[in-house]
Design a protein around this ligand. Sequence first.
Ligand code: NAP
Length: 340
Amino acid sequence: MKRALITGITGQDGSFLAEFLLERGYEVFGLARRESWFRPNNASHLGDRVKVLFGDMSEGTDISSALQDAQPDEIYNLASQSRPGESWVRAPETLMINGMGAIRLFEAMRHGCPKARVYHASSSEMFGQTKCIPQNEETPFNPANPYAAAKVYAHQIVRIYRESYGLFIASGILFNHESERRPLHFVTQKIAYGAACAALGIKNSTDLNERGHPIVADGRLSLGNLDVARDWGHAIDFVRAMWLILQQERPDDFVVGTGKLHTLRQLCEAAYGRVDMNWQDHVVSDPSLVRPLETGQTLADASKARRLLNWEPSISFEEMVSKMVDAQIVRLKSTLSSRK
Ligand code: NAP
């Protein structure tokens, strides 16, 4: 039986990946922060099927102990401060976890289990204010926020460790992927939530945004620049790509994305359309929510992943948005009924 260790198992991707690996007969270990594991989290339902090892990516000894306990064949390094917008106000922590966390893990692997295969979560945010559209593995990076800069650092360390020490460390430069498990801080989930509130007649939501205000106030969802376009896919497809990357003969870097662009406007249209409503009656654009330095136009050229991994997305943009809206309706209904 193969053994896999997932850092960030409580996150969106970590939980889907754990399910994916369990279905394939892996013994799955997860590194999680103690306080997060004992709160409801994305992997709570896997409690008795995965072995949880407590630790923090800021502590080298936590990581070494986890590797020693798990003795993994495959390691998936997904833990990160994963919110680009928040990285402006948490810049040192973002570098500490996303940049230094990776190097701590590679060092622990180099000394403790050098035969293991490592997948590292790089990001399309690394392309930042790029002039090249679409982007592939050769496109230069031009990060536009502290999150992206920390991801570039870790991505370079992936290559340096691979080439210098001959270790199997691979990366996926993943474009945006969403799901029912995306936290409410992300704009895609806010839109799904807004549509669900509209469908249920909720004018003032109890869930708050980063500013401490209701996400939906007076029946309106406030967003930043609605013309922002992204390459969005469903997380289930992306965790399959992570696994495929580690099944290759040699370690390499792969761009993974759908190659299709949609704007936030289109996302609103799809989400509110799911509940037969007109998004323009419910969404307003607020200039104060625009990021200090907006990322440029990212769009995946995933031809290498298609060719070598035989990877194709299976869930369409519309299906993804529908799943997210439906899940928010279920969640809000159960919150409303538990208050009665
Ligand atoms: P997520 O849902 O935010 O999950 C992040 C995970 O990292 C959580 O389990 C979190 O644990 C953990 N973590 C954060 N700080 C930690 C620390 N100091 N020590 C240990 N664990 C810590 O993110 P995701 O969407 O699944 O993304 C997975 C990875 O892919 C991330 O590295 C992200 O940057 C990258 N990525 C994501 C996308 C995307 O569109 N989703 C695109 C490109 C790259 P807690 O529960 O304790 O907070």
